[in-house]
Structures are given as structure tokens and as C-alpha cells.
Design a protein around this ligand. Structure first.
Ligand SMILES: [Zn+2]
Length: 224
């Protein structure tokens, strides 16, 4: 299937009503279906007391800590706030390091909409159990890297063990789009960002945007 057909197919699968503003259309379809954002990301600022940190914030480069059972209640509350922030930012996934919290916690919703709350996933201390040998490549974006996207190769499926915020153990096999979202968010817990996976050519292409983000970053603790 050609890329354009595949992307349109994914749009239909997501049951999204798409309108393509001319500006977005001009920039290509690629931009509107990056893996961790459903449409162009917006920076909603502080929502529910949380804010998305942007590259090169050091939190994006730290390996996150395991959450002890006594902190699960707090983790649940943070996850709820992360979901709220994620929806406001037009995202489909968010990891705790992206709100400056270096804990092994992620949230996602492939539907990217609050009304589809049944599709929300909160994972505490997720672990990768098994991965497919087969891989595929698709376009990704990240709320911590606004204004850019790129092709990333990921495992086609992945088996995962994690805990719910209530401490229940869950085992899941994620495939396709869900597998991609999970792998993207799991990378964040390891201090890895999707830009690390780009080809040399794609990396060169987005370097001006990265340079702008570095320039715009106010802290003295840049982590590239
Ligand atoms: Zn991300």
C-alpha cells in the first residue's frame, strides 16, 4: 500500500473527521498523522498543574525510576492530569518525563479524544517482555519536539507487562499503531527520544527545528 493510501486508511481506522486546512495540506499529510499526535500539536501551557517540557530539557534524557507501590495513588493522580494535558495538546501519548517527572509512568489513547475515554491506557512500571523480529517504518512526532516529525522504524508488535495504578498486573500484546505508541513512550522512560532513531538524512532535515528549540530553551541545563 502506498504511503498516502496507508495514511488515509489509518485516518479512517481512527474514525476521525479530518479537515485539512490549506496550510497543513501544503506541509504534507505526513505532518498530521505523526505517531504521538493526532493533528498538529498545540502547546496548551499549564493544564492541571502540568506542562510539557520541550527539547532540550534534561528530563527527556534521564532514565526514569521505578514507582514503589506506596506511590501508586499519587501516580494515578498524576496520570489523570497527564491525560488531560495530552488531550489539550492533541496528543495520543505522554510519558511522565515529558512533564518533568522521572518516573516509569505513561498514558496513551490511540483515539486522542477525551470522549473516547474507554480507550485510555495508564501503565505503571511497564516492561518489554518480547518483541517481533519484523519491523516497520512510519512517521512519528512528539509533543516535546513541536514543529517536526520523521520516519522511525519500530517492532511490529511487542509484548508488555505492567501494573495498573491500582497495582493489578497486566500482560498485553500491542500491535501496529498501539505498538508504535507504546515503543515511543517507553523510549521516553529510558531517556531516548524519537529523534535518536532518525536516519542521517532525516536528522539533517530537522536540525534547523532542533536548533530553534535549543535556542528557545531558557534553562542552563540543556541535555541534547
Ligand atoms: Zn514523545
Amino acid at each position: 500500500m502506498s504511503r498516502v493510501v496507508r495514511i488515509l486508511f489509518l485516518c479512517l481506522m481512527s474514525r476521525l473527521v479530518w479537515t485539512f486546512p490549506t496550510g497543513v495540506w501544503r506541509q504534507g499529510l505526513k505532518r498530521v498523522l505523526a505517531a504521538t499526535q493526532m493533528s498538529e500539536e498545540v502547546d496548551p501551557g499549564k493544564i492541571a498543574g502540568l506542562e510539557i517540557v520541550k527539547y532540550p530539557h534534561p528530563s527527556l534524557r534521564r532514565k526514569s525510576e521505578v514507582i514503589p507501590p506506596e506511590a501508586f495513588g499519587e501516580a494515578h493522580a498524576i496520570a489523570r492530569r497527564m491525560l488531560e494535558l495530552m488531550y489539550e495538546a492533541n496528543g495520543v501519548g505522554l510519558a511522565a518525563p515529558q512533564v518533568g517527572i522521572s518516573k516509569r509512568l505513561m498514558v496513551f489513547n490511540p483515539e486522542g479524544r477525551k470522549e473516547r475515554w474507554l480507550d485510555e491506557v495508564i501503565l505503571v512500571n511497564p516492561q518489554v517482555v518480547e518483541t517481533s523480529s519484523g519491523r516497520d517504518t512510519d512517521v512519528e512526532g512528539c509533543l516535546s519536539f513541536p514543529g517536526m516529525q520523521g520516519d522511525v522504524e519500530r517492532h511490529k508488535w511487542i509484548k508488555v507487562e505492567a501494573l495498573t495504578p491500582k497495582g493489578r498486573k497486566i500482560k498485553k500484546k500491542y500491535e501496529g499503531y498501539l505498538a508504535r505508541i507504546f515503543q515511543h513512550e517507553y523510549d521516553h522512560l529510558e531517556g531516548v527520544v524519537y529523534v535518536d532513531h532518525l536516519s542521517k538524512a532525516d536528522r539533517d532535515e530537522v536540525q534547523p527545528v532542533l536548533d530553534d528549540l535549543i535556542q528557545a530553551y531558557k534553562g542552563n541545563d540543556k541535555a541534547l
